[in-house]
Design a protein around this ligand. Structure first.
Ligand code: GDP
Ligand code: MG
Length: 181
């Protein structure tokens, strides 16, 4: 009988970052397989799930797509970080301000996860909007890579719209990681 029971472990993944960086689009893309035609601004937190089969085991990713509004955040923030398995820190590669903004999100995570060793990922979104002729107005991969190393995070760039999912140089093999059900 036990072999008929499908084991299913749930992993809670928190999606954090400044407003407008694409947190909702990324979670939608990951869970529904498409770039949403339009998104509403997130209020508080939205939940989406994605099931994965890894080595015959069913894994459930539970994505917590958060929003930054102060009045929601203050009362919710402890719930966000409770029993979390991974945190994705998202910025927009075309917006250095959203990269600078990560410092306070990382601090929030540190304050609310004392004693837990949570795997953290630095994710540069909107890589499809990269414009080589305006490189100085954007967040370079080298800059993000060295920041991620200093913070002890994994780093990759991606796009919720077109997903080449470029990985940080020297970190992973990179290449296409298409959406899979
Ligand atoms: P959130 O506030 O972080 O949840 O950001 P949203 O997911 O609501 O996205 C904000 C805006 O950025 C929307 O207009 C999206 O269409 C756009 N957007 C999100 N991800 C991408 C991306 O990878 N590429 C492009 N070109 N636009 C994106
Ligand atoms: Mg949102």
């Amino acid at each position: 009988v036990s072999s008929m029971l499908t084991r299913c472990r749930t992993f809670k993944v928190l999606v954090i970052g400044d407003s407008g960086v694409g947190k909702t689009c990324l979670t939608h893309r990951l869970c529904a397989g498409e770039f949403p035609s339009r998104v509403e601004a997130t209020i508080g937190v939205d939940f989406r799930e994605r099931q994965l089969d890894i080595n015959g085991e069913r894994i459930k990713l539970q994505l917590w797509d958060t929003a930054g509004q102060e009045r929601f955040r203050k009362s919710m923030v402890q719930h966000y970080y409770r029993n979390v398995h991974a945190v994705l820190f998202i910025y927009d590669v075309t917006s250095p301000a959203t990269f600078s903004g990560l410092v306070s999100w990382i601090e929030e995570c540190r304050q609310n996860s004392l004693g837990q060793q949570i795997p953290r990922f630095l994710v540069g979104n909107k890589s499809d909007l990269r414009d080589p002729s305006r490189a100085e107005a954007q967040v370079s991969q080298e800059w993000a890579m060295s920041f991620s190393k200093a913070q002890g995070m994994m780093f990759f760039e991606t796009s919720a719209k077109n997903s080449p999912n470029k990985c940080g140089k020297g970190r992973q093999s990179g290449g296409e990681v298409p959406y899979q059900q």
